[in-house]
Write a protein that binds this ligand. Structure first.
Ligand code: BG6
Length: 491
């Protein structure tokens, strides 16, 4: 799978996402030989830069963040296709220049009129840029070529704004040309959820409410908000992570088997499951939110969220969110899914834990199973990518004593190939026009529909509960599970 002749236009070249993810991924793809030799990259930003200045920015980002080794010859060939167009999103002349630049690249680099517009910019500008692309004839491909648009999350801030955004994009691009990025779907371990469930006969028979007690999906980060105050304040953990990454993970865990692995069949099943997910009625009991206070991280003292630069002391933005969700289907009736995410937690880890009901009967003495927990299948998305099955085993010795043990699968131990970065996979799929790993607009809207009542409930409350940096979130999150007689895993 190597992309045919094409190029990309990157809006938002000065942002974190471009620098840390998009630019390095492009280099890594080139280095792996997956981009066409004439690939071009046009940067667009309100900066007084020449092509060489832009090339320097990409160079620095590649040097710092690329996954694969730096090779002079790969870089030189790639950099020949770099161009920069200065201007802001309302500048007609700049978009005219962009059109001419693309035409020039088609000539000299053989990009064949095929270009992807990557909007690594705040969603408030999606509409403006899309309108400009349309007005300046950039969105309409010549016969036999393609134009695609790539949009980053957050896709709106609630159901209504997401719908508006979708409508705006739909006036410019047809639905097959719109690629919404949720980079979690580009992760190997996330795709492996489907392989594990549907390529094997071992797991699926027990993947239901007869055997599963509950599911915990955790995306924990040890970092704070870093330099992203402008983006994060007012957005918060639920909109930043639950609405997209965690609900997508949940959909993959809970969905029925798709007829095949094509985009349409996958989306059909994801839509079905997303439309059957809802929060329980008592949102005060079924959710928790928190904000990190000063504490410790990696052995260093760190400040609280409201002391971070650019954050107001009175900010009510949550940096931790936990929600209980139900799936109203026969398979999952009565099995709660607990989702949580937070910044400045104990450590960086993303995992899905399927926790099983206890065996209906124990023939052993009560004392023998005192240390036996519930069986669990834990899918480790990151770091230490892999999977653990936890079950009880006899402790060696003369007594019958049973204790939990782990059976481990680690990617590193089973495969020699390194996992590509999520962005490599997704950018390549955009250039190939391969849509299975991109959420379609109904999925995004259904996710907002699940979250909106929770956000409205929180909006009526004041400050989120505080938790010291470096801990596992507010006490209210523990209480949320304790009410159901359960505890969070400490990954
Ligand atoms: C992004 C969020 O989507 O995912 C960030 O906006 C978060 O707040 C990031 O830090 C985490 O991504 P990953 O791949 O490091 O888990």
């Amino acid at each position: 799978r190597i992309a045919g002749p094409c190029g990309m236009v990157l809006f938002g070249v000065t942002g974190d996402l471009s620098r840390k993810k998009v630019m390095p991924a492009i280099y890594d793809l080139a280095n792996r030989g997956l981009l066409p030799p004439g690939f071009s990259l046009v940067g667009f930003a309100r900066r007084d830069w020449a092509d060489q200045d832009f090339a320097q920015i990409v160079h620095d980002s590649v040097r710092e963040h690329a996954r694969t080794e730096f090779r002079e010859e790969v870089w030189n060939q790639l950099a020949e296709g770099f161009r920069f167009v200065p201007g802001d999103f309302n500048d007609d002349l700049a978009f005219d220049q962009l059109r001419r630049t693309i035409e020039e690249l088609d000539e000299v680099r053989g990009t064949g009129g095929n270009h992807a517009f990557y909007l690594a910019i705040p969603p408030t500008f999606f509409g403006d840029v899309a309108a400009q692309l349309k007005e300046h004839g950039l969105a309409e491909p010549q016969p036999g070529s393609w134009r695609r648009v790539v949009v980053e999350k957050p896709f709106g801030h609630d159901l209504e704004s997401a719908r508006e955004l979708n409508e705006i994009l739909a006036t410019v691009f047809d639905s097959g040309s719109i690629f919404r990025i949720d980079h979690y779907l580009g992760k190997e371990t996330v795709q492996n959820i489907l392989a594990m469930r549907f390529a094997n006969n071992l797991f699926e028979p027990i993947w239901n409410s007869n055997y599963v007690d509950h599911v915990q999906i955790t995306m924990a980060e040890d970092v704070g908000i870093g330099g992203r105050a402008g983006y994060y304040d007012g957005v918060g953990a639920a909109r930043d992570v639950i609405q997209n990454h965690l609900l997508q993970l949940m959909a993959l865990v809970a969905m029925e088997e798709p007829v095949s692995f094509d985009a349409e069949s996958l989306r059909t099943e994801k839509l079905k499951v997303l439309s059957s997910i809802s929060a329980p009625p008592r949102l005060d009991l079924a959710t928790a939110r928190g904000q990190y206070a000063a504490g410790w991280s990696g052995g260093e003292k760190v400040i609280g969220f409201c002391e971070e630069e650019g954050i107001k002391k009175s900010s009510t933005t949550e940096t931790y969110a936990a929600v209980t969700l139900n799936v109203d289907t026969r398979r999952w009736a009565g099995v709660p899914f607990y989702l949580r995410t937070g910044k400045r937690l104990g450590r960086r880890v993303t995992e899905v834990a399927i926790v099983f009901k206890r065996a209906p009967h124990q023939p052993f003495a009560k004392t023998a199973t005192e240390e036996l927990g519930q069986n669990a299948i834990v899918i480790r998305v990151q770091p230490d990518e892999g999977m653990t099955i936890r079950f009880g085993s006899k402790v060696p010795g003369t007594a019958m004593e049973i204790r939990d043990v782990n059976m481990d699968f680690a990617y590193g131990g089973s495969f020699t190939e390194a996992s590509p970065e999520a962005y490599e996979r997704l950018i390549l799929d955009v250039l190939l026009g391969d849509p299975p790993l991109f959420p379609r607009h109904e999925e995004v809207e259904l996710s907002w529909k699940i979250l909106d009542p929770i956000l409205a409930h929180w909006a009526k409350k004041g400050k989120p509960d505080q938790y010291p940096a470096g801990t596992w979130g507010p006490e209210s999150a523990d209480a949320m599970l304790a009410r159901d007689g359960r505890v969070w895993r400490r990954p």
